[in-house]
Design a binder for this molecule. Structure first.
Ligand SMILES: NC(=O)C1=CN([C@@H]2O[C@H](COP(=O)(O)OP(=O)(O)OC[C@H]3O[C@@H](n4cnc5c(N)ncnc54)[C@H](O)[C@@H]3O)[C@@H](O)[C@H]2O)C=CC1
Ligand SMILES: NCC(=O)COP(=O)(O)O
Length: 331
């Protein structure tokens, strides 16, 4: 059974804490931490939790014993103080992601689960980086991936991800929409086992453009692409006004919502499920899941961080990798 890789994320954030907290009760599947071993040991000490780290080398067995973590070690470039960012550790963070993703591609890991990184401090180090999603798209050499967050109640996928709001309208083109809908539909069928997914598609403008009086993107771009896919047999509803599509009547029997931009879709999901939802990258040749929250620098080293989302992210990755039984119906 190939282990799952977990990257501990920003070293000054809560990623290391969450992994150590979860390790206390052990894991259902073999786990390899891709991070600094001394970081884990120092953070365990700060949290007052027992931890034994074991060196993992490619091909060796990984532990899932309570209080133990197997570590594929990556050296930090700077000392770490919980809650205090250092741009000097930006390359370390990206190295953990690269090693984990390459390990998935090369058959060392069955999938990767990522704890949160701090995008800003990586940019402060002079490195162009907008998120794991875009980084893994490039590393895996694929044209397009889709960010989807899933909770027990809903799945929300995004057409655009990490870009300024001022650039969103221009980014929403027919070719992009075609790629996103193709990946979303394909992965709902193949990864989630939904034979005929029903997808609600949001408009971009208030009231989905109010018939062209409040914006033309729905008429010029979104509706024609939806019509093309409907003609191929997909169940796509929209473009719908985003303010009312997230209501129980619309969401009943819906498999996913496609939002046009990050803060159109994610606040709704997080209002309902923050702390237990999972971020899944669709369209990659590898399995990648992540938490629904950020680095929470205010909580690093305090023991107050909630492990719920990381636990769900690991469960989802294990299900997708076939390491555990069950259906991926919710997350
Ligand atoms: N998967 C990833 O790598 C993600 C990274 N981020 C990054 O995280 C950094 C900080 O982002 P923020 O917007 O401040 O969001 P955040 O999620 O780090 O924090 C927002 C609030 O939620 C609380 N919180 C977050 N996770 C928690 C947990 N597990 N348990 C209890 N409380 C928790 C924090 O204490 C804070 O009050 C940014 O650089 C952002 O880009 C944000 C989202 C996802
Ligand atoms: N809001 C989700 C988020 O920022 C995480 O993005 P990514 O790092 O998973 O691409």
């Amino acid at each position: 059974m190939l282990p799952l890789a977990i990257t501990a994320g920003e070293p000054a954030g809560i990623g290391p804490d969450l992994c150590i907290q979860l390790a206390q009760k052990g894991f259902a599947e073999p786990i390899v931490m891709v991070c600094s071993s001394s970081l884990l040991q120092d953070r365990a000490e700060a949290l007052g939790l027992p931890l034994v780290t074991e060196l993992w080398t490619p091909g060796s067995a990984a532990t899932c014993k309570p209080g133990h973590l197997s570590v594929y070690p990556v050296s930090l470039d700077d000392t770490v103080e919980p809650g205090i960012l250092s741009a000097e550790n930006a390359n370390y963070v990206l190295k953990t992601l690269t090693l984990a993703a390459e390990g998935c591609i090369n058959g060392l890991f069955s999938g990767m689960v990522t704890a949160p990184v701090h995008k800003g401090v990586i940019n402060d180090a002079g490195i162009a980086f907008t998120g794991h999603t875009e980084f893994l798209q490039e590393l895996c050499n694929v044209d397009r991936v889709v960010m989807m967050l899933a909770s027990e109640q809903m799945r929300v996928a995004l057409v655009t991800t990490h870009l300024p709001l001022a650039d969103v309208s221009a980014a929403i083109t027919k070719p992009l929409l075609r790629q996103i809908i193709t990946i979303l539909h394909h992965d709902l069928v193949t990864k989630f086992g939904i034979a005929q997914p029903k997808i609600l598609v949001a408009g971009l403008n208030p009231h989905a453009g109010e018939g062209g009086h409040m914006g033309m993107e729905e008429i010029d771009t979104i509706a024609p692409v939806l019509e093309e896919f409907r003609e191929q047999g997909m169940t796509l509803i929209g473009p719908l006004p985003a303010d009312t599509l997230f209501t129980p009547r619309w969401l009943a029997d819906t498999d996913a919502v496609l939002a046009m931009y990050h803060d159109q879709g994610l606040p709704v999901l997080k209002y309902q499920s923050f702390g237990s939802a999972v971020n899944i990258t669709l369209g990659l040749p590898i399995i990648r899941t992540s938490v629904d929250h950020g680095t929470a620098l205010d909580l690093a080293g305090t023991g107050k961080a909630d492990t719920g989302s990381l636990e769900q992210a690991i469960k989802s990755a294990a299900l997708m990798a076939g390491l555990s039984g069950g259906a991926l119906s919710a997350t």
